[in-house]
Design a protein around this ligand. Structure first.
Ligand SMILES: *[C@@H]1O[C@H](CO)[C@@H](O)[C@H](O)[C@H]1NC(C)=O
Ligand SMILES: *[C@@H]1O[C@H](CO)[C@@H](O)[C@H](O)[C@H]1NC(C)=O
Length: 585
């Protein structure tokens, strides 16, 4: 049936029903409902809407005449307009009760849609700040989305696009990092042409409760085809308030977890076993796909913050969260089954089942009492990995010997040799602690793509990228094979994620007043090598004199002077310190 056809049917049913239900008040709810239904039609033209509204008025006048022997008079639009969107929604929904089956559903849907539209309009009108507008937009997605699912990703992405568009128009002020850019370059990055950097506004909400939540980066290929190589990895940040409990759940993804901050106890459950691990800042652990896990933040004061790298197992780049225990919120998947099936499966009466799967309404993270927290935290630190024989449950990155260390910074690494569980994901986890004002050596990875997450401090990075060259010509025709590189750069602050593809030279610089701590998940890590491009062991120093002369078109001695003057390795004095150093000299 066509949409207009359905509308006619609906109106007809509405009129019939109205004829039965008697009402005589001045602001007749049926008239409102009738008019309302006319107004919310998007598929019909203005004239048809007006005709529809006139039809409603006539009908009600007739009805009132019949009932009261006089004209119904004007039923003022004002009364309706003065009502808040939520009141209108209530009335609208109530009036849908007159209808049956599909029509009732249609009617309810219209009410909901109209409510969202009206509310959106009101809120939009109030907001001029694009950031606020953006947050509002996401809030609406969250309200519309159901339970804790990720179905609202699409909605949030639309908010993001709108926000970007807005920003693109206003831009000039993209980034105020220390490394200054030409305005042209800034503008280019402001239009979202830099697919390698993710900031606060790019995260989407996995779930959010009063006591914490989870933010997720969108699928990398939704951002850019340039990130295809890491399509099947996702990044999430989880936060829980002190003394809270995270309802048991499982994921259709392998997960590597890094404890950014806080202390917790994680319990992992499979068929006949349960193992609980105490976890603390710096710990790395793996949770196998499908393992039912639950968690407490056992600290009295500190938030528990986890960074997760996920590798979906069923469809590339997409994963879901499943709650068995739960009720309405988080919604238990048991509620999707029919009563007959549940009765038979649990051998229990349906009213009892409805009760147990209907109670929980507080969301994914709930407050726990001190006794409950204490009872669930009585476990050994670290512990033995429950499902992998004698391997360790967790490994702490800060307890490793740094692979590079000097006064300008330290690099800690955990690879599959130290923590076997990383092998499945082909992953190395590293943590760079860059001293304030210092920088990392320019370097590149031979095979691995680095997913870098700033966990503390501020600074900026620069990367040389052949994919974002400004002149598109360099990709085509005769100039092909002679790449031109653009500098990709952005400010770094907690929560910023930067993707550094294999082969791309990269430098990070800490701000002059704070250490910069960067957690890196390096995927495709097996047999990866890091190649430093400056400093004591840089690649150029390995070239023969003749190769240097030929490559640079200069006397080898001059080339060597340049490539040998940096005596440090991997972490250096940063640009500002350098300048001061030279000025002082
Ligand atoms: C818009 O602003 C007005 C006054 O500033 C306020 O009373 C109203 O509640 C706001 N509306 C919404 C939907 O935020
Ligand atoms: C990071 O570096 C600072 C010195 O700049 C040092 O005090 C701190 O202990 C380091 N942190 C780690 C985890 O190495």
């Amino acid at each position: 049936m066509s949409f207009v056809g359905r509308l006619c049917l609906l109106l007809f049913a509405l009129l019939l029903a109205s004829a039965i239900v008697a009402s005589g008040s001045k602001d007749d709810p049926e008239l409102k409902q009738c008019k309302h239904q006319c107004k919310v039609q998007q598929q019909i033209g203005k004239e048809q809407k007006e005709a529809c509204i006139r039809g409603c008025e006539e009908y009600i006048r007739e009805k009132h005449k019949r009932e009261h022997g006089r004209g119904g008079g004007d039923i003022s639009e004002e009364v309706w307009n003065r009502k808040s969107p939520i009141e209108r929604l209530r009335e609208c929904s109530r009036s849908c009760e007159q209808h049956q089956g599909e029509q009732r559903e249609q009617c309810q849907k219209w009410c909901q849609e109209e409510y969202q539209r009206e509310k959106g309009r009101l809120e939009d009108d109030n907001l001029t700040d694009p950031e606020k507008k953006y947050q509002q937009c996401r809030l609406q997605c969250r309200r519309q989305g159901e339970g804790g699912g990720f179905s609202r990703e699409h909605c949030e992405r639309r908010c993001e696009e709108k926000y970007k568009e807005q920003q693109g128009r206003e831009e000039g002020r993209v980034e105020e990092y220390e490394g200054r850019e030409s305005e042209e370059e800034q503008e280019e990055q402001g239009r979202g042409r830099n697919p390698y950097v993710f900031e606060h506004q790019h995260y989407i909400t996995g779930f959010q409760t009063q006591h914490g939540g989870m933010r997720i980066l969108p699928k990398f290929t939704d951002r850019s085809e340039l990130l295809r190589g890491i399509e099947n990895y996702r990044v999430a940040i989880f936060e829980a308030e002190p003394q809270t409990f995270v309802v048991p759940n499982h994921w259709d993804a392998e997960a590597v977890v890094f404890v950014v901050k806080g202390r917790g106890t994680l319990s992992l459950v499979r068929q006949d076993r349960r193992e609980s691990l105490n976890i603390k800042q710096g710990d790395i652990l793996k949770i196998n796909a499908g393992t039912t896990a639950y968690l407490i933040n056992r600290d009295n004061n500190e938030k528990l913050i986890l960074a997760k790298l996920l590798q979906p197992v069923s469809s590339p780049g997409e994963f879901e969260l499943f709650f068995g225990a739960g009720g309405e919120n988080p919604e238990s998947f048991f509620r999707a089954f029919s009563d007959e099936i549940l009765e038979a499966a649990f051998n229990t009466r349906r009213d009892r089942l409805q009760r147990i799967f209907g109670q929980q309404k507080q969301g994914v993270i709930v407050k726990a009492s001190e006794e409950q927290v204490r009872a669930m935290s009585r476990h050994e630190e670290g512990g033995i990995w429950p499902f992998g024989g004698e391997t360790k449950g967790t490994i702490n990155i800060y307890q490793q010997r740094p692979t590079h260390s000097n006064q300008y910074g330290q690099l800690y690494e955990v690879d599959a040799n130290q923590y076997r569980q990383l092998r499945d994901l082909d992953l190395t986890v590293s943590l760079a602690n860059i001293t304030q004002g210092a920088m990392t050596a320019p370097s590149y990875n031979s095979k691995a793509t680095k997913i870098a997450l700033v966990i503390d401090g501020e600074g900026y990075f620069e990367m040389a990228c052949p994919h974002m060259s400004r002149s598109r010509d360099s990709y085509q025709g005769e100039t092909r094979g002679r790449p031109s590189y653009q500098r990709v750069t952005s400010r770094l602050r907690p929560g910023t994620v930067v993707i550094v593809p294999a082969g791309h030279p990269f430098v990070a610089v800490a701000s002059s007043n704070q250490n910069l701590q960067v957690l890196c998940f390096e995927v495709n890590a097996n047999n990866n090598e890091k190649f430093p491009l400056a400093g004591r062991r840089n690649v150029m120093n390995q070239l023969e004199r003749e190769a240097k002369e030929l490559a640079f078109g200069m006397p080898a001695r001059e080339v060597e002077e340049v490539f040998r003057s940096q005596q440090e390795e991997f972490f250096f004095k940063g640009p500002r310190q350098q300048q001061q150093g030279r000025a002082d000299a």
